[in-house]
Design a protein around this ligand. Structure first.
Ligand code: HEC
Ligand code: HEC
Ligand code: HEC
Ligand code: HEC
Ligand code: HEC
Ligand code: HEC
Ligand code: HEC
Ligand code: HEC
Ligand code: HEC
Length: 421
């Protein structure tokens, strides 16, 4: 192996360069020199962005050993507590040697959580690792190693914008996941979702990524009860209404999942529309045959939503036309916002699967649609009236001008005829 020769060379050059005083941190000094010889790809080259180094920690704080000695036989000796490279199965405990200790962590970051290892052990990842399966994620698969960044750093692999890619490194890898017989399409599907769009296209970091729904450290397989709960943690009012619905009781037994995901799915959550209620892709028709009472309810709900949506759009068009003609319709346009709010409320109320819940916002919205349409039409009539008025006055003025010119001409010709006399 090359290593002993390198050790010797580096040791020799270090001791030749500074024979009296040992390097401030021999681990960094020696490994930096080593890496330069190897093309600078190792720990010492990476470490410049590491949160640990930024907090004054160094190689020996994780790996043990004696950083004051230039002699590798001393600095990296068992006698000096050197641990070397931890085995893959030992990594969580290795990190936990600080991150589970409140007294250690408090000195650096008083508010930092110290439950990552504890939670990790409850996750599928943690449980499988404990059983010797090294394919699962350990701390360093999600956080990297030697260039571990603060989690809020935009370059961190666990930053909301990067989490999905980090999980996908394994979960989209068919070969890696084959032994477990679970799907590998989560990232692919998630990338088509409203959540991915909100996050990446609109920069809404409050939209969920993989870890928001599965947990950062307790990445346990989602349980039936926690599935609806996870959507409800953000979509609170939807959950409240869903809890009232007839489906609440029956869905908890559906397909091992239940809750919101029965209708919306979990990873490929698309923009909802009435196509979920009626038509060839309706989710309701998966369970309720055409002609049954629930199917009729679904059709009714769709008709209400589409009806209100259409009525509001009509008002909007008429008001926009009136505005183009310079008519004053701002009051009606403000009312229209209330109308759209009722449309939103009716889509929300749908979740109680009780037409009675929807009636109120639908009726209120329709009333506003009617009222604003009338206002728009009145403005257009007023515009027409003014136009006709204007046209009429232009014609009258035209006639008057012609008449005056005619008169002037008459006076002039009369004058000319009289002239030579
Ligand atoms: C004088 C040079 C030198 C010093 C000082 C030194 N190392 Fe090393 N270290 C090496 C060399 C060379 C290797 C072997 C590299 C290889 O096998 O590819 C190594 C290997 C390692 C490894 C990997 C061990 C394994 O199990 O694979 C770790 C971790 C490590 N050093 C950490 C440290 C720490 C921490 C310190 C300071 C306490 C330190 N080193 C000081 C030269 C040095
Ligand atoms: C936050 C803790 C931490 C710090 C600080 C740290 N290491 Fe490591 N180091 C690890 C872990 C964990 C591994 C195991 C990585 C793996 O399994 O791929 C490792 C692996 C290594 C290896 C073996 C690499 C390999 O691929 O075989 C070397 C060499 C090493 N570290 C040297 C260093 C040096 C030098 C420093 C300081 C510049 C340092 N480490 C700082 C945690 C740390
Ligand atoms: C499956 C991926 C994954 C694994 C495995 C993992 N983490 Fe994390 N970790 C995350 C994510 C995601 C965050 C949250 C980032 C955020 O808040 O935006 C995080 C946050 C953290 C934080 C910041 C404080 C906190 O709890 O939010 C620390 C410290 C941390 N992890 C340490 C660890 C340690 C130690 C281990 C191993 C025992 C570990 N992580 C294993 C993904 C992981
Ligand atoms: C020697 C003690 C020690 C060890 C061992 C250690 N850490 Fe840390 N870690 C710290 C300290 C101190 C901080 C800085 C304070 C903070 O921000 O939490 C930190 C910060 C972090 C952060 C950033 C947290 C944040 O809030 O942004 C992550 C992520 C992290 N460590 C992961 C790891 C991983 C993964 C390992 C194992 C490879 C590990 N740490 C090993 C002490 C340690
Ligand atoms: C290093 C590879 C790797 C990384 C990175 C990784 N995982 Fe895993 N994960 C696995 C393996 C392997 C399993 C075991 C599969 C099983 O038992 O079904 C697993 C299991 C899971 C399970 C349980 C699946 C089930 O129902 O059986 C969930 C949920 C999960 N991971 C979520 C995540 C999330 C979220 C992330 C990112 C924050 C992530 N994983 C990152 C490898 C990884
Ligand atoms: C909006 C919440 C949410 C997001 C975001 C999310 N998941 Fe899931 N995931 C779920 C739910 C709920 C289930 C349970 C499905 C079931 O029980 O039928 C699940 C199931 C899984 C499973 C088990 C196998 C499977 O496909 O059913 C894995 C693995 C998984 N998710 C990984 C991921 C990864 C990787 C990401 C990011 C690319 C991700 N999830 C994003 C909610 C989410
Ligand atoms: C971490 C918070 C969070 C979680 C958990 C969450 N969502 Fe979302 N969801 C959001 C955000 C933020 C948006 C974007 C809101 C927007 O577009 O105005 C969104 C958008 C949506 C939309 C589109 C709404 C619209 O008006 O366009 C649907 C449908 C949806 N989520 C369903 C779900 C379902 C089902 C689950 C559970 C599997 C879930 N969400 C879990 C935060 C979350
Ligand atoms: C029985 C099927 C079903 C269940 C269960 C269900 N939804 Fe919906 N959801 C729908 C339908 C249908 C729409 C579309 C209404 C429309 O736009 O016409 C919708 C729309 C939405 C919207 C978008 C509203 C908007 O303003 O565009 C969100 C967000 C949402 N659902 C979240 C949830 C959450 C969270 C849960 C669980 C607590 C849930 N849904 C459970 C059928 C369901
Ligand atoms: C996964 C299957 C499933 C899906 C999808 C589903 N339902 Fe249901 N629904 C049921 C079951 C089971 C019941 C309770 C048994 C019954 O009364 O038929 C029920 C009951 C109902 C009832 C009450 C019937 C009564 O007589 O009290 C209505 C209304 C209803 N569903 C409407 C809908 C609508 C609207 C959708 C689509 C947005 C929908 N369902 C989607 C399974 C489903």
């Amino acid at each position: 192996m090359r290593a002993p020769a390198i050790i010797f060379l580096v040791y020799w050059s270090l001791s030749a360069g500074a024979p009296s005083a040992p390097a401030a941190d021999s681990c960094v000094t020696c490994h930096s020199a080593l890496e330069e010889a190897e093309g600078a790809k190792g720990p010492a080259a990476l470490i410049k962005n590491d949160v640990h180094i930024a907090h004054g920690l160094s190689c020996a704080d994780c790996h043990g050993g004696d950083r004051t000695s230039d002699n590798p036989d001393v600095s990296m000796s068992k006698a000096k507590g050197f641990k070397g490279k931890p085995a893959r199965t030992a990594i969580p405990k290795f990190c936990a040697s600080c991150h589970s200790k409140p007294d250690v962590m408090r000195k650096f970051a008083p508010a930092e959580r110290v439950d990552q290892y504890e939670l990790y052990q409850t996750s599928i990842h943690g449980k499988r690792l404990a059983a010797g399966d090294t394919n699962v994620a350990t701390c360093i698969d999600c956080h990297s190693v030697h260039d571990i960044r603060p989690v809020k750093d935009g370059m961190s692999p666990v930053h909301p914008l990067h989490v999905a890619e980090t999980c996908a490194r394994c979960h989209s890898d068919k070969r890696k996941m084959a032994p477990y017989k679970i799907p590998t399409n989560q990232f692919e599907e998630y990338r088509t979702s409203v959540h991915w769009e909100a996050m990446t296209k609109r920069g809404d970091l409050s939209a969920p990524s993989c870890a928001s729904c599965h947990g950062n450290h307790g990445a346990k397989p989602p349980q039936v009860e926690s599935v609806a709960a996870v959507c409800g943690t953000c979509h609170v009012t939807f959950e409240e209404l869903y809890e009232k619905s007839v489906h609440k009781a029956v869905f908890s037994g559906v397909g091992g999942g239940g809750g919101c995901i029965v209708c919306h799915s979990n990873h490929a959550i698309h923009q909802p529309s009435t196509a979920m209620l009626v038509g060839p892709n309706a989710v309701c028709s998966g369970c309720h045959d055409a002609g049954t009472a629930p199917a009729q309810t679904a059709a009714q709900m769709a008709a209400w939503i589409d009806g209100l949506d259409g009525a509001l759009k009509q008002s909007e068009t008429v008001l926009a036309r009136a505005e183009e003609y310079g008519m004053e319709v701002s009051e009606a346009q403000v009312r229209l916002i209330d109308g759209r709010e009722n449309l939103v409320k009716s889509r929300l109320a749908l979740h109680a699967i009780d037409p009675g819940e929807m009636r109120k916002p639908i009726d209120a919205g329709m009333a506003i649609a009617k009222e604003t349409l009338a206002a728009g039409q009145a403005a257009l009539r007023e515009k027409d009236f003014r136009r006709w008025g204007l046209a009429l006055s232009v014609i009258l003025i035209g006639i008057a001008i012609l008449a005056i010119r005619f008169l002037i001409r008459r006076v002039e010709t009369n004058g000319k005829q009289q002239g030579p006399l």
